[in-house]
Design a protein around this ligand. Structure first.
Ligand code: S3P
Length: 464
């Protein structure tokens, strides 16, 4: 677990005003560096998220012989000198995914296709999260995987299929709606003989499917939503740089804060508008939030827009279960919104929240209850009766970045400040959260410099 880092948050002293650009999309940053490393040629990437999670992915490729040139000190622009699908070299030590489920699960697909053995591990939180969902399909494809609890727990060791034999293509019917599982199978499919197909119980974020064609690898989605990948045998670096839009998941914290704090009027610029990432904005609009799109455009294969938000009294809703995968990372802050809304908010069919960076149902219920919310924890969701938050308490983010930021937003509308412990994990996805929140007018700060420096803890290096 990413321990330490104490935030002191709220109550808000003023309305939020101004425009900000939140950092690049986490999901797309992972995929961009992975595909660029596996491509022939050099890929330039702009708008990369320099969070600890994405730097862990970049470091894995550096550890396997890829050269990455950072083009600025902020590490948002880089050149990746791809080594081709078969050009990675065996790392000298265990690969470390840190806190990142996306890194470890997608890399399971990449490593299954290599001709050498690798072991991956992660931090205490990641070592508790289920890996069977990606281990089972790559085993079916011919890779051998060993790990705790029958391969379900990190560290896992991935051995290639028997020498001289590529992976076997599979038709994978995923039991969970998970873009990580789908992407793992598609990435392994790049190394397989024949067509790999994936069926999902509900559609999930499709950044892998959208990005692979930029690298010369077509992906076809049929009328039934089945995803087909016929491997071309190589990826080719795109001639144009890959631009990554701003992360809609990071934008949600400020969108909710601006909705809740009376008199607020903010704009969040160049946000990725992929509908499979916008369950949160649909839910927020159902809760009566005032969100308007401006400057709608396109970046590569992804839609972008500025989102203009003005404050509005929110109301509870029963979340449509079909929206759950499209809002899976945003529920902690939506729970904060619901605690301050009029009426009842109900979420069902969201048991996946229990296996995220923390058990987000239990940890949010505990934190919001300590702040005075009326929240009932259920196996697959929550029921929240909105009202007021007293605050005046200390809560534990349990090393989960989104819990820490969600509670910082909740605190803005609490009657007394909330102290949020173990918040340093914010650096995994949104290292600049505190300065940007302050720029907009939120009342939040690190208790000391420990949290503020956390973003620099995990740099990449081309030196061993
Ligand atoms: C992600 C998929 C989601 C999400 C995670 C990022 C991705 O996980 O929660 O933060 O980039 O593919 P699941 O696939 O487990 O739902």
């Amino acid at each position: 677990m990413n321990v330490g880092g104490i935030l002191i948050a709220g109550p808000a002293k003023s309305a939020l005003q101004g425009s900000v650009t939140v950092p690049g999309d986490k999901s797309m940053s992972h995929r961009a560096v992975m595909l660029a490393s596996l491509a022939d040629g050099m890929t330039e990437i702009h708008g990369f998220l320099p969070g600890e999670d994405n730097l862990a992915t970049a470091q894995m490729f550096v550890d396997m012989g890829v050269t990455i040139d950072w083009l600025n000190d902020e590490k948002t622009s880089l050149r990746v000198h791809g080594v081709g699908l078969h050009g990675l070299t065996q790392p000298k030590a265990m690969l470390d995914a840190g806190n990142s489920g996306t890194c470890v699960r997608l890399m399971t697909g990449v490593l299954a296709g290599q001709s050498f053995t690798t072991t991956m591990t992660g931090d205490a939180s990641l070592c508790k999260r289920p890996m069977k969902r990606v281990v089972d399909p790559v085993r079916k494809m011919g890779a051998e995987v060993e790990g705790g609890d029958g391969g379900n727990l990190l560290p896992i060791t991935i051995q290639p299929a028997a020498t001289g034999h590529p992976l076997k293509a599979i038709h994978h019917i995923s039991e969970v709606a998970s873009a990580q599982v789908k992407s793992c199978v598609l990435l392994a499919g790049l190394f397989a003989e024949g067509e790999t197909t994936v069926v999902e119980p509900r559609p999930t974020r499709d950044h892998t499917e959208r990005m692979l064609p930029l690298f010369g690898q077509p992906v076809h989605v049929d009328d039934e939503g089945v995803i087909h990948l016929n491997p071309t045998g190589k990826l080719t670096a795109p001639k144009q740089p890959v631009h990554i839009p701003a992360d809609p998941s990071s934008a949600t914290f400020f969108a909710v804060a601006a909705s809740l704090i009376e008199g607020s009027d903010i704009t969040l610029e160049r946000i990725g508008m992929n509908p499979l990432r916008h369950g949160w904005s649909r839910i927020l609009v159902d809760m009566h939030a005032k969100l308007e799109l401006e400057n709608e455009g396109q970046v590569g294969e992804e839609a972008v827009a500025d989102i203009h938000i003005v404050s509005q009294k929110l109301a509870g809703v029963h979340v449509n279960p079909a929206d759950v995968p499209d809002a899976i990372d945003e529920f902690p802050v939506l729970f904060a919104a619901a605690s301050l809304a009029d009426g009842v908010f109900e979420l069902t069919e969201a048991e996946e929240l229990r296996v995220k960076e923390s058990d987000r149902i239990a940890v949010m219920a505990k934190a919001l209850m300590a702040a005075g919310a009326d929240i009932e924890e259920r196996t697959d969701g929550v029921r929240i009766v909105g009202g007021r938050l007293q605050g005046g308490c200390t809560v534990d983010a349990e090393g989960d970045h989104r819990i820490a930021m969600a509670m910082a937003v909740a605190a803005q509308c609490a009657e007394a400040e909330i102290i949020i412990e173990n918040a340093a994990a914010i650096a995994t996805s949104f290292p600049d959260f505190v300065p940007l929140a302050k720029q907009l007018g939120m009342n939040v700060d690190w208790k000391d410099d420990a949290g503020a420096g956390a973003g620099n803890a995990h740099g990449t290096s081309n030196h061993e």
